[in-house]
Design a protein around this ligand. Structure first.
Ligand code: HEC
Length: 389
Protein backbone atom coordinates (compact mmCIF):
# COMPACT_ATOMS: atom_id res chain seq x y z
CA UNK A 1 0.00 0.00 0.00
CA UNK A 2 2.80 2.34 0.89
CA UNK A 3 4.41 1.81 -2.47
CA UNK A 4 1.21 2.71 -4.26
CA UNK A 5 1.06 6.00 -2.43
CA UNK A 6 4.43 6.88 -3.93
CA UNK A 7 3.32 6.49 -7.50
CA UNK A 8 1.85 9.97 -8.02
CA UNK A 9 5.11 11.45 -6.72
CA UNK A 10 7.12 9.48 -9.26
CA UNK A 11 4.98 10.33 -12.25
CA UNK A 12 6.44 13.78 -12.95
CA UNK A 13 9.83 12.10 -13.44
CA UNK A 14 8.61 10.33 -16.55
CA UNK A 15 10.08 12.06 -19.65
CA UNK A 16 8.00 14.81 -21.16
CA UNK A 17 5.49 13.41 -23.60
CA UNK A 18 5.39 14.61 -27.18
CA UNK A 19 2.34 16.73 -26.37
CA UNK A 20 4.03 18.76 -23.68
CA UNK A 21 5.41 22.08 -24.85
CA UNK A 22 9.18 22.35 -24.97
CA UNK A 23 10.87 24.50 -22.34
CA UNK A 24 13.70 26.41 -24.00
CA UNK A 25 15.72 27.15 -20.85
CA UNK A 26 15.51 23.65 -19.45
CA UNK A 27 15.60 21.51 -22.59
CA UNK A 28 16.97 23.41 -25.58
CA UNK A 29 19.60 25.73 -24.09
CA UNK A 30 21.54 22.95 -22.30
CA UNK A 31 21.57 20.81 -25.45
CA UNK A 32 22.82 23.68 -27.63
CA UNK A 33 25.49 24.50 -25.04
CA UNK A 34 26.69 20.96 -24.63
CA UNK A 35 26.72 19.96 -28.32
CA UNK A 36 26.66 22.99 -30.67
CA UNK A 37 27.89 26.26 -29.21
CA UNK A 38 31.51 25.20 -28.93
CA UNK A 39 31.58 25.67 -32.74
CA UNK A 40 28.58 27.96 -33.18
CA UNK A 41 29.00 30.53 -30.42
CA UNK A 42 31.05 33.42 -29.10
CA UNK A 43 34.40 31.67 -29.66
CA UNK A 44 33.80 30.19 -33.11
CA UNK A 45 31.05 30.72 -35.67
CA UNK A 46 31.63 27.80 -38.01
CA UNK A 47 29.60 28.11 -41.20
CA UNK A 48 28.83 31.70 -40.10
CA UNK A 49 26.32 30.32 -37.65
CA UNK A 50 25.93 31.25 -33.99
CA UNK A 51 23.39 29.46 -31.84
CA UNK A 52 24.04 31.26 -28.56
CA UNK A 53 21.90 34.36 -29.16
CA UNK A 54 18.48 34.77 -30.67
CA UNK A 55 19.56 37.53 -33.05
CA UNK A 56 22.12 35.20 -34.67
CA UNK A 57 20.20 31.93 -34.41
CA UNK A 58 16.92 33.31 -35.76
CA UNK A 59 17.72 36.16 -38.17
CA UNK A 60 14.88 37.70 -40.16
CA UNK A 61 16.23 36.34 -43.42
CA UNK A 62 17.89 33.09 -44.47
CA UNK A 63 17.41 31.56 -41.07
CA UNK A 64 18.79 28.05 -40.63
CA UNK A 65 15.88 27.54 -38.24
CA UNK A 66 12.50 28.07 -39.91
CA UNK A 67 9.99 28.41 -37.08
CA UNK A 68 7.10 26.01 -37.44
CA UNK A 69 8.71 24.27 -40.42
CA UNK A 70 11.19 21.62 -39.33
CA UNK A 71 11.31 20.11 -42.82
CA UNK A 72 12.51 23.40 -44.28
CA UNK A 73 15.08 23.96 -41.53
CA UNK A 74 18.71 23.26 -42.36
CA UNK A 75 19.14 23.12 -38.59
CA UNK A 76 16.88 20.05 -38.36
CA UNK A 77 18.13 18.50 -41.59
CA UNK A 78 21.74 18.54 -40.37
CA UNK A 79 21.10 16.79 -37.07
CA UNK A 80 18.93 14.12 -38.70
CA UNK A 81 21.52 13.03 -41.27
CA UNK A 82 22.75 9.44 -40.88
CA UNK A 83 25.78 8.89 -38.65
CA UNK A 84 28.98 9.22 -40.64
CA UNK A 85 27.52 11.67 -43.18
CA UNK A 86 30.00 14.45 -44.00
CA UNK A 87 27.45 17.13 -43.17
CA UNK A 88 26.01 15.72 -39.96
CA UNK A 89 25.87 18.01 -36.93
CA UNK A 90 27.42 18.01 -34.42
CA UNK A 91 30.46 17.82 -36.70
CA UNK A 92 32.39 16.08 -33.94
CA UNK A 93 31.67 13.29 -31.47
CA UNK A 94 28.64 11.04 -31.24
CA UNK A 95 25.52 12.01 -33.21
CA UNK A 96 22.65 13.35 -31.12
CA UNK A 97 20.47 10.68 -29.55
CA UNK A 98 17.09 9.90 -31.03
CA UNK A 99 15.44 11.73 -28.12
CA UNK A 100 17.60 14.82 -28.61
CA UNK A 101 16.87 14.93 -32.34
CA UNK A 102 13.14 14.62 -31.67
CA UNK A 103 13.36 17.35 -29.06
CA UNK A 104 14.97 19.84 -31.46
CA UNK A 105 12.56 18.92 -34.26
CA UNK A 106 9.58 19.38 -31.96
CA UNK A 107 10.94 22.70 -30.72
CA UNK A 108 11.22 23.99 -34.31
CA UNK A 109 7.76 22.58 -35.14
CA UNK A 110 6.30 24.45 -32.16
CA UNK A 111 7.67 27.72 -33.52
CA UNK A 112 11.26 27.70 -32.23
CA UNK A 113 10.32 29.86 -29.30
CA UNK A 114 13.37 31.69 -27.92
CA UNK A 115 12.23 33.46 -24.78
CA UNK A 116 13.35 36.91 -23.75
CA UNK A 117 15.85 35.59 -21.21
CA UNK A 118 17.01 32.78 -23.52
CA UNK A 119 20.30 34.49 -24.39
CA UNK A 120 20.98 34.96 -20.70
CA UNK A 121 20.17 31.33 -19.92
CA UNK A 122 22.74 30.24 -22.49
CA UNK A 123 25.34 32.75 -21.27
CA UNK A 124 24.92 31.44 -17.71
CA UNK A 125 25.38 27.85 -18.85
CA UNK A 126 28.48 28.82 -20.83
CA UNK A 127 29.90 30.63 -17.83
CA UNK A 128 29.35 27.59 -15.62
CA UNK A 129 31.03 25.38 -18.20
CA UNK A 130 34.12 27.56 -18.73
CA UNK A 131 37.44 26.62 -17.17
CA UNK A 132 37.62 27.33 -13.46
CA UNK A 133 39.54 30.46 -12.70
CA UNK A 134 43.03 29.71 -11.50
CA UNK A 135 44.77 32.25 -9.34
CA UNK A 136 48.52 32.51 -9.46
CA UNK A 137 50.60 34.68 -7.14
CA UNK A 138 53.29 35.87 -9.51
CA UNK A 139 56.23 38.21 -8.80
CA UNK A 140 56.13 41.88 -9.84
CA UNK A 141 57.82 42.76 -13.11
CA UNK A 142 60.66 45.28 -13.22
CA UNK A 143 60.78 48.09 -15.77
CA UNK A 144 61.28 46.71 -19.25
CA UNK A 145 60.47 43.13 -18.33
CA UNK A 146 57.02 43.15 -19.89
CA UNK A 147 58.47 44.23 -23.24
CA UNK A 148 61.11 41.51 -22.94
CA UNK A 149 58.39 38.94 -22.22
CA UNK A 150 56.45 40.03 -25.29
CA UNK A 151 59.55 39.77 -27.48
CA UNK A 152 60.24 36.31 -26.09
CA UNK A 153 56.70 35.15 -26.76
CA UNK A 154 56.97 36.37 -30.35
CA UNK A 155 60.30 34.54 -30.75
CA UNK A 156 58.87 31.32 -29.31
CA UNK A 157 55.85 31.49 -31.57
CA UNK A 158 58.15 32.08 -34.53
CA UNK A 159 59.76 28.75 -33.64
CA UNK A 160 56.35 27.07 -33.67
CA UNK A 161 55.65 26.91 -29.94
CA UNK A 162 52.10 27.22 -28.67
CA UNK A 163 52.20 30.08 -26.16
CA UNK A 164 49.06 31.09 -24.34
CA UNK A 165 47.67 32.55 -21.17
CA UNK A 166 46.69 29.82 -18.74
CA UNK A 167 43.33 31.54 -18.14
CA UNK A 168 41.63 34.75 -19.14
CA UNK A 169 42.22 36.59 -15.88
CA UNK A 170 45.89 35.85 -15.28
CA UNK A 171 49.23 36.80 -16.75
CA UNK A 172 50.45 33.26 -16.18
CA UNK A 173 51.79 31.67 -19.36
CA UNK A 174 51.67 28.16 -20.78
CA UNK A 175 54.30 27.14 -23.36
CA UNK A 176 54.01 23.94 -25.34
CA UNK A 177 56.74 22.66 -27.66
CA UNK A 178 55.64 19.03 -27.71
CA UNK A 179 54.05 19.16 -31.17
CA UNK A 180 57.37 20.12 -32.75
CA UNK A 181 59.01 16.88 -31.60
CA UNK A 182 62.76 16.72 -32.22
CA UNK A 183 62.80 19.88 -34.32
CA UNK A 184 63.36 21.72 -31.05
CA UNK A 185 65.48 21.04 -27.98
CA UNK A 186 68.13 22.61 -25.78
CA UNK A 187 68.34 25.92 -27.68
CA UNK A 188 64.62 26.52 -27.22
CA UNK A 189 64.81 25.66 -23.52
CA UNK A 190 67.32 28.47 -23.17
CA UNK A 191 65.00 30.91 -24.99
CA UNK A 192 62.48 30.50 -22.16
CA UNK A 193 64.57 32.25 -19.50
CA UNK A 194 63.10 35.77 -19.91
CA UNK A 195 59.65 34.25 -19.18
CA UNK A 196 60.72 32.99 -15.74
CA UNK A 197 58.36 35.27 -13.81
CA UNK A 198 55.29 34.30 -15.85
CA UNK A 199 55.85 30.76 -17.11
CA UNK A 200 53.78 28.33 -15.02
CA UNK A 201 53.12 25.43 -17.39
CA UNK A 202 55.75 24.03 -19.72
CA UNK A 203 55.61 21.05 -22.03
CA UNK A 204 58.80 19.93 -23.78
CA UNK A 205 57.71 16.31 -24.18
CA UNK A 206 59.11 14.36 -27.12
CA UNK A 207 61.52 17.14 -28.03
CA UNK A 208 65.28 16.66 -28.37
CA UNK A 209 65.80 18.17 -24.91
CA UNK A 210 68.83 16.84 -22.99
CA UNK A 211 70.33 17.59 -19.58
CA UNK A 212 72.18 20.50 -21.13
CA UNK A 213 68.94 22.32 -22.00
CA UNK A 214 67.20 21.07 -18.88
CA UNK A 215 69.77 22.95 -16.79
CA UNK A 216 67.99 26.17 -17.84
CA UNK A 217 64.65 24.88 -16.64
CA UNK A 218 65.93 24.92 -13.06
CA UNK A 219 65.78 28.73 -13.32
CA UNK A 220 62.09 28.84 -14.25
CA UNK A 221 61.08 29.38 -10.65
CA UNK A 222 57.34 29.92 -11.22
CA UNK A 223 56.74 26.57 -12.91
CA UNK A 224 53.77 24.58 -11.60
CA UNK A 225 53.67 21.85 -14.23
CA UNK A 226 56.60 20.53 -16.19
CA UNK A 227 56.37 17.82 -18.82
CA UNK A 228 59.55 16.36 -20.32
CA UNK A 229 58.11 12.95 -21.23
CA UNK A 230 60.04 10.88 -23.77
CA UNK A 231 63.12 13.11 -23.71
CA UNK A 232 66.72 12.23 -22.88
CA UNK A 233 66.58 14.16 -19.62
CA UNK A 234 68.45 12.26 -16.90
CA UNK A 235 68.25 11.85 -13.18
CA UNK A 236 70.45 14.82 -12.23
CA UNK A 237 68.07 17.22 -13.98
CA UNK A 238 65.13 15.93 -11.96
CA UNK A 239 67.11 16.60 -8.80
CA UNK A 240 67.44 20.22 -9.90
CA UNK A 241 63.71 20.43 -10.79
CA UNK A 242 62.98 19.32 -7.22
CA UNK A 243 64.27 22.71 -6.06
CA UNK A 244 61.64 24.65 -8.06
CA UNK A 245 59.57 26.13 -5.22
CA UNK A 246 56.07 25.88 -6.81
CA UNK A 247 56.38 22.76 -8.94
CA UNK A 248 53.31 20.55 -8.53
CA UNK A 249 53.26 18.12 -11.43
CA UNK A 250 56.16 16.49 -13.27
CA UNK A 251 55.67 14.25 -16.27
CA UNK A 252 58.80 12.10 -16.50
CA UNK A 253 57.28 9.29 -18.54
CA UNK A 254 59.91 7.54 -20.64
CA UNK A 255 62.84 9.61 -19.32
CA UNK A 256 66.01 8.90 -17.38
CA UNK A 257 64.34 9.69 -14.04
CA UNK A 258 65.89 7.36 -11.48
CA UNK A 259 65.45 6.56 -7.82
CA UNK A 260 67.59 9.50 -6.59
CA UNK A 261 65.73 12.03 -8.72
CA UNK A 262 62.37 10.65 -7.67
CA UNK A 263 63.30 10.77 -4.00
CA UNK A 264 64.40 14.40 -4.38
CA UNK A 265 61.07 15.24 -6.06
CA UNK A 266 59.14 13.38 -3.36
CA UNK A 267 60.80 15.54 -0.72
CA UNK A 268 59.72 18.79 -2.42
CA UNK A 269 57.01 20.45 -0.35
CA UNK A 270 55.01 21.61 -3.39
CA UNK A 271 55.05 18.46 -5.50
CA UNK A 272 51.77 16.61 -5.89
CA UNK A 273 52.11 14.25 -8.81
CA UNK A 274 54.84 12.49 -10.76
CA UNK A 275 54.33 10.40 -13.87
CA UNK A 276 57.19 7.92 -13.86
CA UNK A 277 56.21 5.03 -16.08
CA UNK A 278 58.89 3.68 -18.33
CA UNK A 279 61.55 5.62 -16.46
CA UNK A 280 64.58 4.20 -14.63
CA UNK A 281 62.72 4.18 -11.31
CA UNK A 282 62.89 0.79 -9.58
CA UNK A 283 60.21 -0.77 -7.41
CA UNK A 284 62.35 -0.04 -4.37
CA UNK A 285 62.82 3.55 -5.49
CA UNK A 286 59.07 4.03 -5.90
CA UNK A 287 58.48 2.59 -2.43
CA UNK A 288 61.09 4.92 -0.92
CA UNK A 289 59.46 7.94 -2.60
CA UNK A 290 56.04 6.94 -1.32
CA UNK A 291 57.47 6.55 2.15
CA UNK A 292 59.10 9.99 1.99
CA UNK A 293 55.84 11.62 0.87
CA UNK A 294 52.62 9.76 1.54
CA UNK A 295 50.60 12.44 -0.29
CA UNK A 296 52.56 12.23 -3.53
CA UNK A 297 50.54 10.74 -6.37
CA UNK A 298 53.07 8.55 -8.08
CA UNK A 299 52.16 6.94 -11.36
CA UNK A 300 54.58 4.12 -12.16
CA UNK A 301 52.31 1.56 -13.81
CA UNK A 302 52.35 1.12 -17.54
CA UNK A 303 48.61 0.72 -17.64
CA UNK A 304 48.30 4.11 -19.29
CA UNK A 305 50.31 2.72 -22.20
CA UNK A 306 48.10 -0.34 -22.30
CA UNK A 307 45.03 1.88 -22.29
CA UNK A 308 46.42 3.94 -25.12
CA UNK A 309 47.25 0.82 -27.14
CA UNK A 310 43.74 -0.55 -26.55
CA UNK A 311 42.18 2.74 -27.64
CA UNK A 312 44.34 2.86 -30.76
CA UNK A 313 43.40 -0.71 -31.61
CA UNK A 314 39.72 0.07 -31.19
CA UNK A 315 40.01 3.09 -33.46
CA UNK A 316 41.86 1.04 -36.10
CA UNK A 317 39.19 -1.66 -35.95
CA UNK A 318 36.41 0.88 -36.26
CA UNK A 319 38.14 2.52 -39.23
CA UNK A 320 38.60 -0.87 -40.91
CA UNK A 321 34.94 -1.74 -40.40
CA UNK A 322 33.91 1.63 -41.77
CA UNK A 323 36.12 1.16 -44.81
CA UNK A 324 34.79 -2.34 -45.47
CA UNK A 325 31.25 -1.01 -45.24
CA UNK A 326 32.00 1.83 -47.64
CA UNK A 327 33.59 -0.60 -50.11
CA UNK A 328 30.58 -2.89 -49.88
CA UNK A 329 28.23 0.02 -50.46
CA UNK A 330 30.34 1.19 -53.41
CA UNK A 331 30.26 -2.31 -54.91
CA UNK A 332 26.48 -2.42 -54.53
CA UNK A 333 26.07 0.91 -56.23
CA UNK A 334 28.25 -0.27 -59.07
CA UNK A 335 26.16 -3.35 -59.82
CA UNK A 336 22.93 -1.42 -59.35
CA UNK A 337 23.73 1.87 -61.04
CA UNK A 338 26.66 0.99 -63.25
CA UNK A 339 26.37 0.13 -66.90
CA UNK A 340 25.42 -3.29 -68.27
CA UNK A 341 27.85 -6.18 -67.91
CA UNK A 342 27.61 -7.03 -71.64
CA UNK A 343 28.66 -5.07 -74.72
CA UNK A 344 26.71 -7.11 -77.26
CA UNK A 345 22.95 -7.62 -77.12
CA UNK A 346 22.35 -11.28 -76.10
CA UNK A 347 19.36 -11.46 -78.48
CA UNK A 348 20.59 -9.76 -81.67
CA UNK A 349 24.36 -9.68 -81.14
CA UNK A 350 24.35 -5.93 -81.97
CA UNK A 351 25.95 -3.25 -79.80
CA UNK A 352 24.10 -2.47 -76.58
CA UNK A 353 22.12 0.78 -76.24
CA UNK A 354 22.27 2.06 -72.62
CA UNK A 355 18.58 2.99 -72.76
CA UNK A 356 17.52 -0.68 -72.85
CA UNK A 357 18.39 -2.93 -69.95
CA UNK A 358 16.98 -5.27 -67.29
CA UNK A 359 18.38 -6.20 -63.89
CA UNK A 360 18.52 -9.96 -63.95
CA UNK A 361 20.01 -12.34 -61.41
CA UNK A 362 21.83 -9.41 -59.68
CA UNK A 363 23.37 -8.24 -62.98
CA UNK A 364 22.46 -5.48 -65.40
CA UNK A 365 21.97 -6.80 -68.90
CA UNK A 366 21.90 -4.38 -71.84
CA UNK A 367 20.08 -4.71 -75.18
CA UNK A 368 20.19 -3.02 -78.57
CA UNK A 369 16.47 -2.20 -78.58
CA UNK A 370 13.17 -2.60 -76.77
CA UNK A 371 12.15 -5.61 -78.84
CA UNK A 372 15.22 -7.64 -77.84
CA UNK A 373 14.67 -6.62 -74.23
CA UNK A 374 11.08 -7.90 -74.37
CA UNK A 375 12.26 -11.16 -75.98
CA UNK A 376 14.79 -11.66 -73.22
CA UNK A 377 12.28 -10.94 -70.47
CA UNK A 378 9.91 -13.54 -71.89
CA UNK A 379 12.49 -16.30 -71.69
CA UNK A 380 15.80 -15.30 -70.13
CA UNK A 381 17.08 -18.89 -70.00
CA UNK A 382 17.14 -19.05 -73.76
CA UNK A 383 19.83 -16.33 -73.91
CA UNK A 384 21.77 -17.25 -70.77
CA UNK A 385 24.76 -18.69 -72.68
CA UNK A 386 25.05 -15.43 -74.67
CA UNK A 387 25.87 -13.48 -71.50
CA UNK A 388 29.43 -12.89 -70.34
CA UNK A 389 30.33 -15.20 -67.46
C1 HEC B 1 33.00 20.55 -33.94
C2 HEC B 1 32.38 21.72 -34.47
C3 HEC B 1 30.87 21.73 -34.68
C4 HEC B 1 29.90 21.37 -33.80
C5 HEC B 1 30.05 20.84 -32.39
C6 HEC B 1 28.64 21.66 -34.45
N1 HEC B 1 28.88 22.15 -35.70
FE1 HEC B 1 27.48 22.83 -37.02
N2 HEC B 1 28.95 23.32 -38.35
C7 HEC B 1 30.29 23.14 -38.16
C8 HEC B 1 31.01 23.55 -39.34
C9 HEC B 1 32.53 23.49 -39.53
C10 HEC B 1 30.05 24.03 -40.25
C11 HEC B 1 30.32 24.62 -41.64
C12 HEC B 1 30.52 23.56 -42.64
C13 HEC B 1 29.22 22.91 -43.02
O1 HEC B 1 28.28 23.63 -43.39
O2 HEC B 1 29.14 21.68 -42.90
C14 HEC B 1 28.77 23.85 -39.60
C15 HEC B 1 27.57 24.18 -40.18
C16 HEC B 1 26.33 24.02 -39.57
C17 HEC B 1 25.08 24.37 -40.18
C18 HEC B 1 24.90 24.96 -41.55
C19 HEC B 1 24.98 26.44 -41.45
C20 HEC B 1 24.09 27.07 -42.46
O3 HEC B 1 24.61 27.50 -43.48
O4 HEC B 1 22.88 27.11 -42.20
C21 HEC B 1 24.10 24.09 -39.27
C22 HEC B 1 22.60 24.27 -39.43
C23 HEC B 1 24.75 23.55 -38.11
N3 HEC B 1 26.11 23.53 -38.31
C24 HEC B 1 24.09 23.14 -36.98
C25 HEC B 1 24.69 22.59 -35.87
C26 HEC B 1 23.97 22.12 -34.71
C27 HEC B 1 22.47 22.17 -34.54
C28 HEC B 1 24.90 21.64 -33.85
C29 HEC B 1 24.65 20.98 -32.51
C30 HEC B 1 23.69 19.92 -32.49
C31 HEC B 1 26.21 21.81 -34.46
N4 HEC B 1 26.04 22.39 -35.69
C32 HEC B 1 27.40 21.46 -33.88
C33 HEC B 1 30.90 22.65 -37.02
C34 HEC B 1 30.22 22.21 -35.88
Amino acid sequence: MRLLALVPVLLPLVPASAQEKIDFDKQIAPLLVSRCIECHGPDKDKGDLRLDQKAFALPEEDSTIVPGKPDESEFVHRIELPAGDDDIMPAKGEPLTEAQRKLLRQWVAEGAEWPENGDKAIAALLEAKSIPKIKFELPELQAGEQAEIERTIAALRARGAVVQQVAADTEAIDVNFSLLRDKVGDAEARLLLPLAKRLVWLDLSRTALTDEGAAHLGKLTELRRLAVAKTKVGDASFQSFAKLPHLQVVNAYGTGLGDAGLLALAKSASLQKVYAWQSQVTEGGAAAAREANAKLALDTGDYAEARLAAAEKEIAEREAAKKAEAEKAAAEVQTKDGGPINEKCPVSGKAVDAAFFVDFDGKRIGFCCGKCKAAFEKNPKKFADKLPK
